[in-house]
Design a protein. Structure first.
Length: 377
């Protein structure tokens, strides 16, 4: 097989979809069935993966500039796919895979990964401009795709039901976490802990972009209900890129920081994130919507007990290894956090169950399932 893989999602700061694309590429590079693997970024195609820890490419900057100017968005949407189609013309005998919704027009063999369809089902979790732009692009991609990949059964069922899309044209390829997520002793985490000013096994961790669908208002309410001594002993540490609509949350971070029970780290580098996970006493993830929910697996693979919501795909990912509750139930979430911090019997059981659950998912399996979808095309 000959594959053109879109790499626009692999950019700094590396978020969930970018990490998925990077891990999948690492596996596909070793697949003997693939005789040629080319990387498509902007309007350029090459045989080496573009650097992603530097400034965005000029085409990426142009795209961002246009998106910020509403009058030019429609012109951009009309012209850019045609430019991409022209760039891809010499690769008609390749299969094209986009790991992030978008497909150029006119490709004879094309697969795209839909991580979720929240811009349609829960548009309140996105800025209005994003909803308008992504909805049109995703609908166009559905008509252009030979097949669709989703990352969970939940997303597959939601997509098939919402668009009346044939379920037999949708393949599920569950994600996994990097092998850099594993339990670590205190000595291994000590340098990072010292730099961040937090204690090994002395905090509850949340990671993710700070935005409305992550449900951080409920998390903060639940943490404030804990006894003050428990808050102070195990502060809530939050790591994530500052997203849209998060002004009120950041104000509460500042207040909680002054009171000694919140510490907001901002975006943590990819190489430091596994240490931050492994050094946590508890991981909490009360999200209102996830296409997969990779941080839950990353915590489990790190040997850290998990408290999460039962929203969307999260029960599918967490299995029986986490304390699961309704995302808007402040009392239940607070009780789960208290149990996760103090109940040593439950913590030991959750740690063992979490490690076993995480082992059910692997990037090798994700790549194998992806290859099966390629072969169907």
């Amino acid at each position: 097989m000959k594959i053109v893989f879109a790499t626009d999602a692999i950019k700094y700061p590396l978020t969930g979809i970018g990490r998925y694309a990077l891990e999948l590429i690492n596996q596909l590079q070793r697949a003997p069935e693939i005789t040629q693997l080319r990387y498509f970024r902007g309007l350029r195609i090459g045989d080496t993966l573009p650097e992603y820890h530097v400034l965005p490419s000029s085409s990426g900057a142009l795209q961002g500039w246009l998106k910020r100017r509403a009058l030019l968005i429609e012109a951009f949407r009309a012209i850019y796919p045609r430019l991409q189609k022209r760039a891809l013309r010499p690769y008609k005998d390749f299969l094209y895979h986009s790991p992030n919704y978008y497909l150029p027009a006119g490709l004879p063999r094309a697969i795209t990964t839909f991580h979720d369809i929240s811009v349609f089902t829960t548009p309140e979790f996105h800025p209005p401009g994003r909803v308008h732009y992504l909805a049109k692009e995703m609908e166009a991609s559905l008509t252009r795709a030979s097949r669709i990949i989703t990352v969970s059964e939940y997303s597959k069922n939601e997509l098939a039901a919402y668009f009346n899309y044939p379920a037999e044209k949708i393949d599920v390829t569950p994600l996994a976490c990097s092998d850099s997520f594993y339990p670590r002793l205190e000595e291994a985490a000590a340098p990072l802990m010292a730099r961040l000013g937090i204690a090994y096994a002395g905090y509850t961790l949340f990671t993710g972009t700070i935005e409305p669908r992550k449900n951080l208002t409920v998390l903060l309410d639940a943490y404030e209900q804990l006894p003050q001594a428990l808050q102070q002993r195990y502060p809530l540490v939050l790591s994530g890129y500052k997203g849209w609509g998060s002004g009120a949350e950041h104000q509460r971070f500042e207040r909680g920081s002054r009171e000694g029970w919140v510490k907001y780290l901002g975006y943590v580098a990819q190489e430091e994130l596994p240490i931050l996970f492994a050094a946590a006493r508890l991981f909490v993830f009360p999200s209102l919507y996830e296409g997969f929910g990779l941080p839950v697996l990353e915590a489990m693979a790190s040997g850290v007990p998990v408290v999460c919501s039962n929203a969307a795909s999260l029960p599918e990912v967490a299995g029986d290894a986490a304390f699961i509750c309704e995302p808007r139930d402040v009392d239940a979430l607070s009780a789960g956090i208290a149990q996760g911090l103090q109940d040593e019997v439950w913590r030991a059981q959750a740690r063992v169950a979490g490690l076993a659950n995480a082992q059910k998912f692997s990037w090798q399996r994700c790549a194998q399932d992806t290859m099966k979808a390629y072969l169907k095309v």
